[in-house]
Design a protein around this ligand. Structure first.
Ligand code: AMP
Ligand code: ZN
Ligand code: FE
Ligand code: FE
Length: 278
């Protein structure tokens, strides 16, 4: 059987409820899932309850944007208790900084002539953490762009006119806080990092010493060759090769739960290996 350990719901920038995600996971025959909304644990209780009803294994997680070697890295954190812990306490600060950043993005968009208000973006988001895909959703609804990638390429991505950075933990801080919270930190989609080929095998060693538990090898957007290569690097580092689709519902319509673009299979051993890495 297979699993999907990278999923976003309405509690951040996905468009499905936790229950709807679990229903689809069960329908495609997954044995376990992890919910990994950006900077929030709010959806975890509902997802856990639904997973239990459907007899699916469940891991509560989140996805953080961290700084590493002057670049932005995404880090998945698994086995977080939604109640309390050192990382849980820092998430509120990260969400506050995000709210401030979102106001700045609106101001930038207004300056360059796109009539978009924070109210509209909040309405697009509905529940939970507001992210750039919600800005993209409003731009589509108002006819400024035709797709989410176009909104990023023209306005929202780093280096584009409405890009505003937000507060980030360093990779080392995130790893330490995750471990102190009894959770397992994992580098998400490592190919978005700007790394030379040789750095790929050795560049993560320091983070492994700090407590990094895995790297996402089986990723929805990757080719089979990329997945194999990252899994081999994980084996060499003695950490878990994890995986998931990065499903966001209608904000990334090309990705499906469990299968990504169609060819993703995340082996279910990953679930037990991650549990053993706690
Ligand atoms: P935020 O958390 O607000 O910084 O936004 C991050 C979200 O934007 C994540 O869901 C990313 O997958 C998505 N994202 C980042 N860059 C792009 C891009 N170039 N095209 C489409 N989505 C993107
Ligand atoms: Zn997202
Ligand atoms: Fe990510
Ligand atoms: Fe993600």
């Amino acid at each position: 059987m297979t699993v999907d350990l990278h999923l976003h719901s309405i509690f951040s920038d996905g468009s499905d409820t936790p229950e709807r995600i679990v229903e689809q996971a069960a329908a495609v025959g997954l044995s376990a899932i992890a919910l990994t909304d950006h900077d929030t644990l709010e959806g975890l209780p509902r997802a856990a309850a639904a997973a239990s009803t459907h007899g699916l294994g469940f891991i509560g997680g989140t996805e953080l944007s961290v700084m590493w070697k002057d670049q932005s890295m995404h880090m998945l954190v698994y086995f977080l208790d939604p109640e309390a812990g050192p990382l849980e306490d820092r998430l509120a600060e990260l969400r506050d900084s995000r709210a401030w950043r979102n106001e700045q993005i609106v101001a930038r968009l207004q300056e360059i002539g796109l009539d978009i208000t924070m109210d509209e973006v909040s309405r697009e988001s509905g529940t939970g953490v507001v992210g750039r895909p919600h800005f993209a959703g409003v731009m589509i609804a108002k006819g400024y762009v035709e797709s989410v990638p176009e909104a990023f390429d023209r306005f929202l991505a780093a280096g584009r006119p409405a890009y505003v950075p937000r507060m980030r933990l360093t990779a080392a801080e995130a790893i330490e806080l995750a471990r102190k919270s009894g959770a397992v930190p994992v580098i998400a989609h490592p190919h978005t990092l700007n790394l030379r080929a040789e750095e790929f095998a050795t560049g993560f060693r320091d983070l492994v010493h700090l407590g990094l538990g895995g790297i996402e090898a089986y990723y929805g957007e990757y080719t089979p060759q990329m997945r194999d290569r990252i899994a081999t690097i994980c084996a060499g580092l003695g950490i878990v090769a994890t995986g998931g689709s990065d499903y966001h519902g209608r904000y990334k319509p090309h990705l499906q739960i469990g299968t990504g673009k169609g060819d993703l299979r995340v082996p279910d051993e990953v679930f037990n290996s991650l549990a053993a890495a706690r």
